[in-house]
Design a binder for this molecule. Sequence first.
Ligand code: PGA
Length: 265
Amino acid sequence: MPGTPAPRRLLVAGNWKMNGDRTLAATLCAAAAAAARAAPEVDVAVFPPATLLEQAAAALSGTPVAVGGQTCHGERDGAHTGALSAGMLRDAGCRSVLVGHSEVRTEQAQDDAAVARSVAAARAAGLAPILCVGETRAEREAGRAREVVERQIGAVLAGRPDAADGLDVAYEPVWAIGTGRSATPAEAGEVHGWIRGLLEGARGGRARILYGGSVTPDNIGGFLAVPGVDGVLVGGRSLDPTAFTSLVEAARAAAVRRLADRRRP
Ligand code: PGA
């Protein structure tokens, strides 16, 4: 269709969190590579723990699967024991990095300003950041979900008219992470609509908005049937090679459907 921008490519991202050893990493990388090769219509990325990054980057080099870090510090280097800079991730073979995951925000007391610095550091190092946002159960019950998500995104976009250029966002309601209780596709779609509104004002038309929180092969189809959902960020099920392969296959089916819908007059 002349003048219509190409649709955003769906992304399936696996966040291994603090799990895995060399043996599991080899298995997961082989499965991700095979799944991605069989699904050229979608993007696939894995986010191993720091000790496995180089191994994963070597195993996945020459495949369509991107490797990313799970967090990065906002500074380039210095006296920050235990931390990793974006440049170090890049040096280890990463192309992407999760920033502001709720577990990092909570366990490492990372506030919105620190998240914004990490996003800037990721970009400066040439990494594609995925900004993670989401409200807690108490915030949702208090009717504050929109305010919280808009504040988290606003901190990153603040004062930069092109701040959403090259950014992807993952909406992960905290109450849905690792609980087996995902949001409904309608709940995800509503929040994705709010986020899209913010991003478009900051040149974020190409930015993908993922859903994360208890995504499984059984429920992924419901999320990807929502037009505003551009992929998934998966924790638990990304550690099972069979489940991760099924997630990539389901994303491929959704991508093929979306392309066919666009071609329909
Ligand atoms: P989960 O984790 O799929 O285990 O809920 C998602 C995430 O935290 O990225």
